[in-house]
Design a protein around this ligand. Structure first.
Ligand code: ADP
Ligand code: MG
Length: 251
């Protein structure tokens, strides 16, 4: 597997710091049913460009819901989700989809891959939603990404891959449009130790001043590599602290 430092496209559209936080959450709450108790409530939270943020907390504490909200996959019951100064909760469906495609690479907990098609076709899924024919440059990028995450290109069907390889396909897919923001939900949850380490190394090799990584995890090896850790319990943010180990580069 080659170094991943060259995974950004030359004309990267990474967001430039403008003095605003990258993400600002205000008075956010989410209820899944009308008269139910909110599963998530956050008064105020800001995340800056280039941060690596780990989100931990017991099962059911609202971690996945938070990732879905900030990626625009879910609408909050109340509150603002402001990315680069723009409140995405005001977007219609089409605008949300376009914004997400340009801004967010999402690595889902259970990969969300299509087993029957090749790894290359899985990486190209986001391009197939754009509505145009997939151009040669996008195909080449998908090919290069798979090569760089070390997935065998010759496989016809993704179900032939190991779980570790499948997760690397999911990471490659999240990078197709070179997004400035990577969101990952338990990226190592179903992987053995060696595959976890590879996936974690790939994920953190993507970090940089113009790329922000927000990852939910139970895995201390992942959390330890995040410079900032948010802890949730019962839908509330109960701790927000700098991770001294990661800052010192000893994680
Ligand atoms: P976590 O990722 O921390 O395990 P989730 O965000 O998945 O937590 O879930 C938070 C709470 O919301 C849980 O109580 C869960 O049961 C509930 N929940 C999640 N998704 C739905 C849904 N689609 N409908 C109703 N309740 C849901
Ligand atoms: Mg979850």
């Amino acid at each position: 597997m080659s170094a991943l430092s060259d995974l950004s496209m030359p004309s990267s559209k990474s967001s430039e710091p403008k003095g605003l936080p990258l993400l600002e959450i205000r008075e956010l709450s989410l209820q899944y049913g009308k008269d139910t108790h909110p599963v998530l409530q956050i008064g105020n939270l800001a995340i800056d460009h280039g941060e690596t943020v780990g989100i931990s907390g017991p099962s059911g504490s609202g971690k996945s819901s938070l990732l879905y909200l900030i990626s625009g996959l879910l609408k909050p019951s109340h509150g603002k989700i402001i990315w680069d100064g723009t409140d995405i909760t005001t977007f219609g469906e089409g605008a949300t989809d376009r914004w997400r495609r340009d801004s967010i690479g999402f690595v889902f907990q259970d990969f969300h891959l299509i087993d029957e098609v090749s790894p290359l076709e899985n990486v190209l899924i986001p391009a197939s939603f754009v509505g145009w024919r997939i151009d040669a440059a996008t195909r080449k990028r998908a090919h290069d990404l798979l090569d760089q995450v070390g997935v065998p290109l010759a496989r016809k069907s993704t179900s032939d891959l190991s779980r570790g390889e499948q997760q690397r396909v999911a990471i490659a897919r999240a990078l197709l449009f070179d997004p400035p923001i990577i969101l990952a939900d338990e990226p190592t949850a179903s992987l053995d130790d060696a595959a976890s380490k590879t996936a974690t190394d790939i994920l953190f090799s993507l970090a940089g001043p113009n790329r922000t990584i927000i990852t939910v995890s139970h895995d201390m090896d992942v959390i330890d590599r995040c410079a900032r850790v948010l802890r949730f319990d019962k839908g509330a943010l109960i701790d927000d602290s700098a991770n001294i180990k990661a800052k010192a580069g000893i994680a």
